[in-house]
Design a protein around this ligand. Structure first.
Ligand code: GCO
Length: 261
């Protein structure tokens, strides 16, 4: 349908060389968008572009550190010049450190905040100035269950993702009048590299998530494509400051006893 068609649009996805970012980028590409993939590892970028090409998806790669104001400014100006207007921005790049508060160094806390919260601010600022001039744009910030819930050992990540939810609402507030729709996607628990350590068979957390998720499974990264296409398309032109949680029902329930069917 035209409403969800991204033909002729350019989409920049930060951290789009692997994991959920790559899955959402693939969805935007299949809906017709030209992909501009940001990453920080040349090797991962090379492999990712080969994978997009194998799926018949047009993609170009730009390496820059989302936490560096100067590098992002140069990167965005280069993309606008070489590729043309960025119509869609997905702020996906992020890291996590699973360390109890008392054992976490301040530097570790600051690094997670820097990448997961300050990074999206920096990239949105440099992309947003072009979108405001053009009076058109779509920005999607990748939030988390930790935008709403706490969990032992992920304090820095929860603080960052909670902040990212409010950054999304504030960007929506300031930029909706320029026809820029800023929203978020909050993934539940997905089978990715990032969750591999807590997903191994027999790991207590693996059993816990299966029980805590009404859909009774880990998410498949491709489950995020629909929300990404919706928030990138004309179908969401009057949607501002919303976080769509793609979580198999986790946030809908207080959970159930382990032995309950
Ligand atoms: C964790 C997980 C989560 C998920 C995701 C949930 O350690 O709890 O890594 O952070 O990755 O963010 O929405």
């Amino acid at each position: 349908m035209k409403l969800f068609d991204l033909t002729g649009k350019r989409a920049l996805i930060t951290g789009g060389t692997h994991g959920l970012g790559m899955a959402m980028a693939k969805g935007l590409g299949l809906a017709g968008a030209k992909l501009i993939i940001n990453g920080h590892s040349p090797d991962k970028m090379k492999d990712a572009l080969a994978a997009y090409e194998k799926e018949g998806i047009a993609a170009t790669g730009y390496l820059f550190d989302v936490t560096s104001d100067q590098a992002v400014k140069e990167g965005i100006d280069k993309i606008e010049k070489e590729q043309g207007p960025i119509d869609i921005l997905v702020n996906n790049a992020g890291i996590i450190k699973r360390i109890p508060i008392l054992d976490m160094e301040v530097a570790d806390f600051q690094q997670v905040i820097n990448v997961d919260l300050v990074g999206p601010f920096i990239v949105s600022k440099h992309v947003g100035k072009y979108m405001v001039q053009r009076k058109a744009g779509k920005i999607i910030n990748i939030c988390s269950m930790m935008s709403e819930l706490g969990r032992n050992t992920v304090t820095a990540y929860a603080a960052a993702k909670g902040g990212l939810k409010m950054l999304t609402k504030n960007m929506a507030t300031e930029w909706a009048k320029y026809n820029i729709q800023v929203n978020g996607i909050g993934p539940g628990y997905f089978a990715t590299e990032q969750t591999a350590p807590i997903r191994v068979d027999g790991h207590p957390f693996n059993e816990f998530i299966i029980n805590r998720t009404p859909a009774a499974r880990w998410g498949d990264p491709d489950d995020l494509m629909g929300a990404a296409i919706f928030l990138s398309s004309a179908a969401s032109d009057f949607v501002n400051g919303q976080i769509i949680y793609v979580d198999g029902g986790i946030l809908a329930t207080i959970g159930k006893p382990a032995n309950e069917a």
